[in-house]
Design a binder for this molecule. Structure first.
Ligand code: MN
Length: 410
């Protein structure tokens, strides 16, 4: 082995194509996070880069995110840095791939843009015309991962043992000791004598330095449960050969992502009107430009008045934030069976119709259908060819029923 030092970068779970909250801006954010990560890698000039699954949000990515992937990952090829990828649960539908001959990651590997996809096998990276790095990558198997990894280590034991270069394992699974369920046991991982175990799947940064296990976490926050770790990033791994073994120096490299803020507010007010006013003031006060802001409203509502709180209305009070999330935990009355914690859209329409417009209750269903169809058409989600005609029909039917049912109610 000529090489005395090997340098690589490890990132994971970029979830390209995630249209979080239905926002184009969030779709762009996921691409930006991957782009920043890849730029960081290029600046660090590693020998290669590894990515441990969930490159895409979906196993059937659409053209926009495929183009993002090719454009962003292609920058590594321009910089002559090989990229090694393995499978995640999001980007591969295993049975479909088996049946039809190829998943989306294989397709990327076919494109000849410097991407190598390793599946349940050992592959090598050649540096200075020599097989310098050995990588075992395991597909996504969830709870079965432990058993499959045991089998792979057993079947390839002679090849694994004979190799004297740097030995890596790439998995997309929950490792024993991580928060939540365990897919792979430490005992199983230790059997392979790997110098670095690259993990994906958990979206937070997690390390077990004793056993060389590293998970950098997702490059963007895919859910609010990940906000407790605001920092996102990747690992810069420098390995030095001392006598007959490798010593890895692992450094976390942060990347910047959109700001996420959570506020918890406890109401002092007891009437619905006061609660509304207090909520509006809090929402306006904590509005933050371009951020995603989550408001948790707490307190006990003990009034007798129906606590009709329109969440859709409150969500639109902050104007500077990209997106506002409201979590109402203040309606204690729920337990008393008076009201639900959160109104569904349908319940909100119903409240609007019966309370604000005092329409005959028999017409509620008709009116809700009209509202829903109108919204679908306005948003362009209606899968019908003559949308206006349909709305016309709906409206005239509604008008007809209004006359009939109003006279019935007399
Ligand atoms: Mn993931």
């Amino acid at each position: 082995m000529k090489r005395k030092s090997i340098h690589f970068c490890h990132l994971t779970d970029s979830h390209l194509g995630n249209r979080q909250y239905g926002l184009l801006e969030r779709f762009d954010d996921f691409a930006r996070a991957l782009s920043y990560s890849i730029n960081s890698c290029i600046n660090l000039r590693p020998d290669f880069v590894i990515m441990t699954g969930d490159l895409f949000e979906n196993a059937k990515p659409q053209a926009p995110e495929l183009r993002q992937a090719v454009k962003i990952l292609g920058k590594l090829q321009e910089a002559e840095i090989p990229l090694i990828i393995s499978q995640g649960n999001h980007d591969v539908s295993y049975s479909r791939a088996r049946r039809y001959g190829g998943d989306i990651l294989e397709f990327l590997a076919d494109l000849d843009i410097g991407i190598q996809y390793i599946q349940d096998e050992i592959a090598y990276i050649e540096l200075d015309d020599e097989k310098t790095v050995q990588i075992l990558a395991v597909n996504y198997y969830g709870k079965r991962t432990d058993k499959i990894l045991q089998q792979l280590i057993r079947q390839n034991s002679s090849e694994l043992e004979a190799f004297k270069g740097l030995k890596l394992l790439m998995i997309h699974a929950f490792v024993e000791g991580m928060p939540g369920a365990t897919d792979v046991k430490l005992r199983t991982i230790k059997r392979g004598n790997f110098d670095y175990i690259a993990v994906g799947h958990l979206h937070e940064r997690w390390e077990n330095k004793t056993h060389h296990i590293y998970c950098p976490g997702s490059t963007e926050h895919t859910s609010v449960s990940e906000w407790k770790q605001p920092e996102r990033g990747l690992y810069d791994v420098r390995n030095v050969r001392i006598d007959d073994h490798w010593v890895s120096e692992v450094e976390y490299v942060p990347i910047s992502t959109r700001e996420k803020i959570e506020y918890t507010h406890k109401f002092r007010s007891t009437s619905v009107t006061e609660i509304r006013e207090e909520a509006e003031a809090i929402l306006l006060k904590n509005d933050k430009t371009d951020a995603i802001v989550r408001f948790v409203f707490q307190g006990d509502y003990k009034g007798k008045e129906h606590p009709f709180i329109n969440l859709e209305y409150f969500k639109h009070i902050p104007k500077k934030a990209l997106h506002t999330i409201i979590v109402p935990k203040f309606l204690e009355v729920e337990k008393k069976g008076i009201a639900k914690k959160i109104l569904t859209k349908r319940e909100a329409y119903e409240g609007l119709i019966t309370r604000n417009y005092e329409l005959p209750s028999k017409l509620t269903d008709d009116y809700i259908s009209l509202i829903e169809d109108s919204i679908r058409i306005i948003e362009g989600n209606a899968k019908i060819s003559h949308q206006e005609t349909l709305l016309d029909k709906r409206y005239s039917q509604f008008a007809k029923n209004l006359i009939v049912k109003s006279s019935e109610e007399g």
